[in-house]
Design a protein. Sequence first.
Length: 271
Amino acid sequence: MTQWPTRIVLVGAGKMGGAMAVGWLQAGLKASALAILEPNPSEEIASLAASRGVALNPAKSAPPDVLVLAVKPQSLDATAPQIAPLADARTLVLSILAGKTIANLKARLPRAGAVVRAMPNTPAAIGRGVTAAFASPEVNAEQRRWTERLFVAVGGFHWLTDEHAIDAVTAISGGGPAYVFALTEALAAAAEKLGLPPELSMSLARGTVEGSGELMRRESGTPPAILRRNVTSPGGTTAAALAVLQSEGGLDDLMARAAAAARARAAEMAG
């Protein structure tokens, strides 16, 4: 397997940046290879740094092998002047900033050459994330391998051949965990409306979503449509519910509208 980069600087350790840091360390990255720049570290990140020996906000840092940008996209303008010295011609800039194109990043980090734009998701913290990425022409073979190493360590990984596809990935897998959590909330709320107690409603909803996801993982060779049909007896209760979910304006249309809105917002955030 490809070796880890010798030195990684992670800029921003919020939910996604923190999830990646945890995932990398759990996958075997040496703590001494990682430095985190986060002006307002959470208790979890401060504890992680203290317990594992990760450098948190070191006073000085030379340009690393990989500079990972995980700040909020709207914070890029304020952050860029501080981190620009960390990106030189040998550094791989690895950005997970939604909406910020490679051209945006190079304009703010003028010494940067190789840039990978990626979109992971938060299950990376438990090694179950999924990431898609696009590389600028300057990214060499070793830097591609580093990118794959970092993201395979926390889940599945896919290369893209079109940078514009990142916005669609953002809309689907980037935000997808939130959609699944929202579905769980909606399922629990529906249970309460049917008269079940709140605690039982949430337990049933969570258990159903968790178990269904695990079943889909174990039956990875079976299309979800088949798994759905396996649960649906003709003329039965599930069929009655699916008739509502699959009606015009139902779940398919709602999800398409939601994804389109997320992709449009990602495009708006460029610049």
